[in-house]
Ligand binder design. Sequence first.
Ligand code: FPP
Length: 243
Amino acid sequence: MASGTDGRPKNVAIIMDGNGRWAQKRGLPRTVGHHRGVDRAREIIRVAPDLGIETLTLFAFSTENWRRPAYEVSVLMTLFRRYIRREAAELDMEGVQVRFIGRREGLPRDLQNLMHELEARTKDNTRLILQLALNYGARTEMTEGVKKIARAVAAGEIDPEKIGEETISEALWTGGVPDPDLVIRTSGEMRISNFLLWQIAYAELAFVDECWPDFDGALLEKILGSFAGRERRFGALKAIGLG
Ligand code: FPP
C-alpha cells in the first residue's frame, strides 16, 4: 500500500474549489478569491514534503472552465503565468519536480512555453512530484490515451492481447507517477468533476467544508492524520494469520 510508515497518504490529489464563493461571501470580486487561491497552493506545496507527501496533484483549470466569463479565464491564465515566473527558482531550489497534465494545445502559446521550461528545469528533482492539472479533463486524458495505444497497435508495436492495466496507466498524462491514495475536495461539494477518473479507483476521498482560500497546512495535516493507518484492501479480504 502506497502510504508512509505511519500509514499516512503519500500521494495526494486536491480539487481546489470555492475561490469564487469565498470572495463573493466577502463582497469581493471572484478573481480576488483566485489570487488568494494561488497563495494557498503555494503554502500547501511548501509544507507537503514535511507532511510526508511524495506526489501532489492540484486541479487548477478544467476543460470545462473555459465556459466561465472571458475576463475570469483571462485573469486565471495571467495568474498561472505569474505563478510559474515567480515560483520557478524556489520550486527548483526546494527539489520540486513540476509536471503539467492536461491538453496543452488549448492554452495560450506563451503559457505553454513557460510550462515546458519549468518542467525541463525541474525534471531531475525528487523531493516532491507536483502535478499541476491545467486544461485537464479525465475523459479527454483517457480518449488521448486510447488513441496512443491504438496507434501503437496499428504500428505493430503492441499486441492487443498484451494490453493490461499498466499499458493504460502508462498512456495517460500521469504515466509513471503513482496513483493518489487520497483525494481532497474543498468547499463542501461532493463530486469528482472529471478528475483523474482512472487513477483514483482505490483512493480514499475527503470532502471538507472550507473553501480553498481557507485551506492551510494545519487542515491538510489534520486530514492526513485522520486517514493514517486506514486499511485499503483493494477489494481483498483483511489479511488474517492462519497459525
Ligand atoms: C475553484 O474555485 C478554483 C479554480 C477554478 C481554479 C483556480 C485555482 C487557483 C487560482 C490556484 C492555482 C494554483 C496554482 C499552483 C497554479 P471556483 O472559482 O470554482 O469557486 P466557486 O465554485 O466558488 O465558483
